[in-house]
Design a protein around this ligand. Sequence first.
Ligand code: SF4
Length: 200
Amino acid sequence: MAGVSGPRIPWRLHAVLPRSAANGPGTRYVIWSQGCALGCPGCFNPETHAAGGADVRTVGDVAADVLADAAHLDGVTLTGGEPLEQPAAAGAFCAEVKARSELGVIVLTGFTRREIEADPARAAAVADADLVIAGRYNERLRVARGLRGSSNKEYWMRTERYGPDDLAAVPELEVTITGGTVTFTGMAAPEREFGMGGRF
Ligand code: SF4
């Protein structure tokens, strides 16, 4: 973003979940970005598609929350919505987390690896990710496990931090009850009226 860099970059978010066991290996801080124009048929997160209606925060604000709890976390997961529709924010956040902690970073995106590598901004956004799970959700190829909503999605291992066994061990469903609000997350989460389906 021209004129704004690093922690001051605004970031449109749909929601965050400070502790999750179903959005990647170990205990993770999960961030759902707001906005996605990719339009996969059967998407379980249509409420994340509009660019408006977001909770707008700064990268530094979100990173501070994550880093304050880093001792109790194994990593962070960026999902959506489409994280790479805000590449400057996603990239700055990943860089901040990697520079200041040992947390692992996973990015779930609807863009394919080829689309990411062909676009400098998207490529920069995942430069500090350990794992990118890339590609459109295809409802005809639904698997809903191993952090993939459908079998066409590619595991792009950018480091050796995570392997197939780590991903296979991720629970497919998680139920969180906070102040009377019930939220289902994970690849096998039920329909969207219950909350953040995360069916990437
Ligand atoms: S599955 Fe992901 S990439 Fe596809 S429309 Fe839904 S939010 Fe966008």
